[in-house]
Design a binder for this molecule. Structure first.
Ligand SMILES: [Zn+2]
Ligand SMILES: [Zn+2]
Length: 151
């Protein structure tokens, strides 16, 4: 199973032709207007790639943007004394790369992060319970059991 915490690979990563960018798939041009066949990355695409795929780079950029301030309670966090929070939780991403972009990342002190993960887990448990309850009322069985022969 794919780790839901890992961003999906860029679509072109493994099949970019020489001169095409492994990140955005577009051609890379030299200053003279010709395609640069020895290149596989646009400069700005490398930067964007790093911010998404290298957690250390993401952390650095998020901390810098937030100036080390917890987005929950506003307390100042040291360079290491905080957690990087994904505002929309990664478990819901289902391969949507925007979940890994800086817009969805925030600085949270440990205390606030604990609270947020706790309430998210609670919300998920409640949603599951509700689903179960609805199934009980409508008489629909969970998918897994469909097509099973009676014993
Ligand atoms: Zn590119
Ligand atoms: Zn906080």
């Amino acid at each position: 199973m794919q780790d839901h915490r890992k961003p999906p690979k860029p679509q072109y990563y493994d099949n970019a032709l020489p001169g095409d960018c492994r990140y955005c798939g577009k051609e890379i041009y030299k200053k003279n207007g010709k395609i640069n066949l020895r290149a596989n990355w646009h400069k700005e695409c490398v930067e964007e790639y790093k911010l998404i795929y290298w957690p250390r780079e993401t952390r650095k950029a998020v901390w810098k943007r937030d100036k080390g301030k917890c987005s929950g309670c506003g307390v100042k966090c040291g360079l290491k004394g905080w957690d990087m929070d994904h505002i929309k939780p990664l478990i819901e991403a289902k391969g949507d790369i925007t979940y890994w972009k800086l817009d969805n990342c925030a600085t949270l002190c440990w205390e606030c992060h604990k609270k947020k993960t706790g309430s998210e887990a609670k919300a998920r448990a409640e949603a599951r319970a509700l689903q179960k309850e609805q199934m009980r009322h409508t008489g629909t069985k969970p998918k897994k059991q469909r097509g099973r022969k009676p014993v």
